[in-house]
Design a binder for this molecule. Sequence first.
Ligand code: NAP
Length: 292
Amino acid sequence: MTETLTQLNETSQTPKLMLGKEVAASIEAELSAEIQATGLRPGLAVVLVGDDPASQIYVSHKQKACERVGFYSEKILLPQDATQQQLLDVLAGLNEKPEIHGILVQMPLPAQIDSEAVLEAIRPDKDVDGFHPVNGGHLLSGHPRLTPCTPSGIIKMLDYYGYDLKGKNAVVIGRSNIVGKPMALLMLQRHASVSILHSRTADLGLYTREADVIVVAVGVRNVLTGEMVKPGAVVIDVGMNRLEGKKVVGDVDFESVAPKCSLITPVPGGVGPMTIAMLLNNTLQACKALNA
Ligand code: NAP
């Protein structure tokens, strides 16, 4: 994969790779500069229930990112058999804690806990994941406040690479509340015409072949292949599929799709780093709003 990416960058002008790692580093630098200039100390609390190894890794990445930019962070660990009430009590405390401006509950939660009830128990103005229905409503009404990190990171990345969504035909494959739906709304906000596809869509290619920009957030390898993409398209691959031996691949068949694209994200190193950068960004925005 690395060899392929290097070759693409060295031997041709197109496709250009959108490197989230690079964009995320520039966002982190801006955040550090802003907190140094303002003296603000944004605080993020990450709550982890149980000992799922993948969740532990995600939480530690988030804490390390806080350290890099100079944010305050807290990690709250609850056992796998914690009750819903225990978790709600923790959230009630964090909702009132002045040093904490952002609260995140690492998903998935154990089966005995109702995730929806938990998301709704976080104060909307500290909901830095942007999953609270109040924040979803603000986004739907065209006045976004705290928005989900992965789709807002994709918008930032498109801005960084100078891609204007206005008037474009956009397709989002996947309709989850954390990626697909908010992605579609954010692109609509930027004046794209958006189609949302999902597992019951009869013919994905019918839509993707007409698309100027395609976001794929499915969790199925090779769901988008070269013959489904028009020349010059912009393709963003959100998918993360772990193969045996721990290698991670996206949802896009990079080998056949990349040669047709003007811009494309690799996996890894594309969308992934943007999610954490936007979590930090949301935490600073929440801190500023709470201190206003
Ligand atoms: P999700 O909740 O499982 O949603 C998947 C969506 O894909 C659903 O809307 C589903 O349709 C649709 N779908 C499934 N199979 C399909 C098919 N064959 N053709 C068309 N649509 C299909 O997943 P998610 O949370 O949105 O995440 C999607 C992927 O992105 C996963 O691989 C996840 O690991 C990754 N992800 C990456 C990041 C990052 O930071 N890089 C962040 C979040 C997620 P239905 O609604 O009809 O079931």
